[in-house]
Every structure is written in C-alpha cells, then in structure tokens.
Design a protein around this ligand. Structure first.
Ligand code: GDP
Ligand code: MN
Length: 378
C-alpha cells in the first residue's frame, strides 16, 4: 500500500526528520488560505500515487497568494499518468542548493534492509540507476545491529556532504531507518533530501510503501489508504480476503493457492492465450467467496472465458461447485467456463456441476486446452 507524499512526510516528521511547513488543500481557495498562513513563496504539489509528478507539471512554485490560487486551480482535476488530482500539498518553498536521494528497502537476496543513497537526487532513482550505476550507494544493514552511527557518518562522507551537515544527516538517516522498521514498510524514500541555501537538510519529497501483509499490525496506517490506489475490483477482493491482480488477457482464472494460480496462468499462455487476472481464493473458500471471485472476474469486459482450477485440500470441491452455481444464479453469465476440480469431495463437486451442465476437466492441461479453444470460439 502506497502512502501519499503528505502522509509520508508527516510520518517522517514524527521520527525527527525536518520537513517544510505546509498543509493539504482540496480546493484552490483552501490552497490560497494556506499560502496566506505560510507567507512568501510556496510550492503546490499534486498528491497522486505515482512518481515523476514534477515532470508531468504536477509540482509548481507560486510567489503570491493569487498565483497559488491560479496554479492550484490548474493542478486540481489534472490527470497525471491516469490518476486525477483531488488534493494538493501547499508547502513553504525553499531555495535548493543540492538534491540527495536516500531510501531504505529490503534486499531480498541479502535478506536484510538496505539503505540506498545517491548524490544525484531529485530525479527518479531508476533513471539514475540506468544512466550511472556508480552514482548509487548501497549499504546493507544488519538486522540485529540496526543502523549504526558510524555507518550513517561514512555514508554522509561518501555522498560528499559538507562536514557541518554530517550530524543532521545522521539524525535524518536514523529517523528514516526507524520509520522503515517501525511501520513494516517495504520502501521509505526521501527524494530529494534538499540541501538548502540557508544550510539546512530538508525532506522536500517523501514516499512510503507499506507491506500489505503487515498492515494488520498497523491499524492507524491502514486507515491512510486512498481509494485511488486500487480499482473497485481490487478493493472488493481485498475486503473478502481474495488475492487479485488484474491483467490484460482474455481468460479469467479462479484458483486456490498462489503457486497453482501462477501455474494456471503459465499453462494458459503455453496453449496460446493470455490470462486476464491472477486470482487466489485462498484455502477453505466457501460458496459466497467463490461467488464474489467469479463476479470480480466477470466484471472485466475483456474476459471471454473463465477457467476454474481447484485443488481441494482444506477447500472442498462440492463447496466450490455450490459457489459457482450460486454465482451463476445471481448474475448473467454469457462467457463459457471450464472447471477442474481435484481432491477433497471432487466426485460430489463434479456431480453438482454435471447437473448444471457446466463443462469439467480432470487434468490441468486438458482444462487449459478446452478453455483456450472456447475463448477463441473454436
Ligand atoms: P516528484 O517529481 O513527484 O518526485 O516531486 P518532487 O516533490 O520531488 O518535486 C520535483 C522537483 O521539484 C524536486 O526535485 C525539486 O527540484 C523541485 N521542488 C520541489 N519543491 C521545491 C521547493 O520548495 N523549492 C524549489 N526550488 N524546488 C522544489
Ligand atoms: Mn521526488
């Protein structure tokens, strides 16, 4: 789950990281009011959950209240990479001398957090990585020791920071690392960490991505979720405990187990079609969950056929079969379906489906070939 810049920066501030004074506005009049309170120049920043807002025209400076009003009106309602701006952050503008990148994420191969830093901040770090790998410093952190002062100090030197910034930098990095650990984030990022003309370090932009699997430990953070982040289908899936990722293909898939779902997508591709989604209904899925899953899949107008692949363990095949019928009763289904049921109560499950004249298959290969043929209208 991604947090907005203003949410991320407020969290950073709780960890002692200096951020510009500012506030959030949903109307141009509110933006003007904030500019009035701040006094002087401000920066007006679209709050959308994508990077590169600056380049897209979603970050602009304003010198007066009047100008703030005008620019806020331009930015509010603007579309950036497909997302409509409904909030702007109005921050006191600062004069920036230098822009540094600093972030913390997990290095999966090292199985520990890693601090990533670059003296070439401001632009997207992926771009720096493409152009000049040497400009990026990676510092793995021991899970038991955490970030040690000398590591933070060395990093400051490696970034070429002036001596009198070093203590400030150490405090910021320690705050950032603690924010990362305490919030179970998968990424925290300050880009840029600005070196200002008046010799301060300031987190001008902030980003936090939280680990969804740890959100249950952070009800306060979970509340920060913006509906913009997910589609209606993804939200519906999350609320009933289904893992769902929408893709661009034409064959909808309903599977129990993440590994089996991946294998099902692979085999659909192998037989010459594209999966429309990843969907794992999880273990022990009952009829109503199956019905929800099916309705989520059929909501996608690109779906031409649906493959249901269930390996019954905790999940009972007859429950799944009942769920399918329940779903079919509650909605109009015009696309063909093939169901493969194996495992606990498979016989009962198949009987239920046979009665309703829904095609079944015994092997995954057979099921995939059947569904691909049906989707292609063969
Ligand atoms: P992003 O494009 O989504 O990463 O948005 P940022 O908040 O990082 O803003 C993009 C760029 O705008 C920054 O790298 C800065 O160069 C510039 N910027 C942002 N805030 C200020 C500010 O207060 N003063 C000045 N002079 N530039 C700013
Ligand atoms: Mn940025």
């Amino acid at each position: 789950m991604k947090l907005h810049e203003y949410q991320s920066k407020r969290i950073f501030a709780e960890y002692g990281i200096p951020i510009p004074k500012g506030n959030i506005a949903t109307t141009a009049a509110e933006a003007r009011q904030i500019a009035k309170q701040l006094g002087g120049s401000v920066v007006i920043k679209s709050q959308v959950l994508v990077g590169g807002r600056g380049k897209a025209g979603g970050v602009k400076l304003a010198k007066t209240e009047e100008e703030t009003h005008k620019i806020a009106r331009q930015i509010l309602g603007m579309s950036i990479k497909g997302l409509i701006v409904d909030k702007v952050l109005v921050d006191r503008a600062v004069s920036i001398k230098d822009e540094i990148y600093v972030g913390v994420t997990i290095d999966r191969s090292l199985q520990r957090p890693v601090i990533i830093a670059s003296a070439e901040g401001g632009v997207e770090i992926e771009e720096v990585a493409r152009k000049n790998q040497d400009a990026i410093i990676r510092l793995p952190i021991g899970r038991r020791t955490g970030l040690l002062d000398y590591q933070a100090r060395n990093l400051a030197y490696d970034l070429g920071l002036r001596r009198d910034f070093i203590n400030q930098f150490v405090q910021i990095l320690k705050g950032l690392y603690t924010a990362f650990i305490n919030s179970d984030a998968s990424l925290v990022e300050i880009n840029p960490l600005a070196v200002t003309e008046d010799d301060r370090l300031l987190a001008v932009d902030g980003k936090i991505v939280l680990d969804d699997n740890a959100l249950f430990r952070h009800p306060d953070l979970a509340e920060l979720r913006d509906t913009q982040e997910e589609t209606a289908s993804e939200r519906q899936a999350r609320q009933v405990g289904i893992s769902f990722v929408k893709l661009d293909g034409e064959i909808g898939c309903m599977v129990n187990g993440a590994g089996l779902a991946m294998a099902t997508m692979d085999i659909i591709k192998y037989y010459g079609a594209e999966p429309a989604n990843f969907l794992d209904i999880g273990g022990g899925a009952k009829a109503n969950k199956v019905a929800t899953a099916l309705s989520i899949i059929l909501n996608d107008i690109k779906v031409k056929a649906v493959l249901i692949n269930i390996f019954g363990g905790i999940t009972r095949c007859d429950e799944v079969a009942k769920g399918i019928l329940e779903a079919l009763n509650s909605m109009e289904v015009t696309v063909p379906m093939v169901v493969r049921l194996v495992g606990t109560n498979e016989k009962e499950g198949r009987q239920i489906l046979a009665k309703a004249k829904i095609p079944t298959a015994t092997t995954l290969g057979e099921a995939a070939q059947k569904i691909v043929a049906l989707a292609k209208g063969v």
